[in-house]
Design a binder for this molecule. Structure first.
Ligand SMILES: [Fe+2]
Length: 252
């Protein structure tokens, strides 16, 4: 990384931050259907209209209020994101609607890995995801991810996936992942978690050693959660390709 880039990003991309602006949330109480909205594409595309229509169609949020919240979330995150216009000209936005289920009654502690191949000379620039919960329980995030947490995770992996040369069947592997999840949940049960207020946007890095451990919350009530991340057009096109998703067209 060049000295210029290092200086430019110093201090502006901590692993975890709460943005100062709180979003005004739409009046919303329920999710009508479990469905996910995804958009990979350029930031100036009118995809936010589709996202608002999606939100109003599958929840009880009024269209105008949904649109205001989405626009404000997107603009706040885009402004906060480091990089020049080209370096953040594209995005991945996802809105996840859930109804109560018990898949996360045991937290699934993990760090987010690499989302896309980085443009040349920008490999060391911290990349972040922005998230906000519009309805229901907020995402669980460690306040601080320590080197000890990483050692614990490694210990858990070695314990549940021993390198003895015997490969597991798919079923055995699923079972080992479940056991690892429970083991980590137990090891991490007293970690301090970030307290998220209504409408607070959290920014957290991905693909880095100190990227925050996080998990979906226990989905005990209807939940609407959205995240966005930015990159250059090249980067987000590559991400869409990795995920076999279209570029420039929302999917739901
Ligand atoms: Fe994650």
């Amino acid at each position: 990384m060049s000295a210029g880039v290092a200086e430019r990003y110093e201090g502006s991309q901590s692993p975890l931050a709460l943005l100062a602006n709180r979003l005004e949330l739409p009046p919303i109480t329920s999710v009508k259907e479990e469905v996910v909205f995804d958009y990979f594409g350029l930031v100036e595309n009118p995809f936010l209209d589709s996202a608002a229509t999606f939100l109003a169609a599958h929840t009880d949020a009024p269209l105008q209020a949904a649109s205001r919240t989405l626009t404000s979330f997107f603009a706040t995150a885009h402004t906060d994101c480091v990089g020049n216009i080209g370096e953040k000209s594209a995005c991945w936005l996802t809105i996840r609607l859930s109804q109560p289920h018990d898949a996360f009654s045991v937290p699934r502690w993990h760090q987010d890995g690499r989302m896309y191949p980085y443009d040349e000379s920008r490999e060391n620039v911290p990349r972040s995801k922005y998230g906000v919960t519009i309805l229901g329980p907020p995402t669980l995030l460690f306040e601080y991810t320590s080197p000890e947490n990483l050692i614990k995770e490694k210990e858990g992996l070695e314990k549940h996936f021993p390198r003895n040369g015997v490969s597991k069947t798919e079923e055995e592997s699923d079972e080992a992942f479940d056991q690892l999840r429970s083991w980590l949940a137990d090891q991490f049960r007293s970690e301090k978690l970030l307290q998220l207020g209504a409408g607070q946007i959290v920014r957290f890095t991905w693909g880095r050693e100190d990227s925050p451990f996080h998990s979906e919350p226990d989905i005990v009530s209807d939940r609407v959660f959205m995240t966005v991340l930015f990159g250059s057009e090249n980067e987000i096109r590559a991400m869409a390709e990795w995920r076999a998703a279209p570029f420039g067209e929302p999917t739901m």
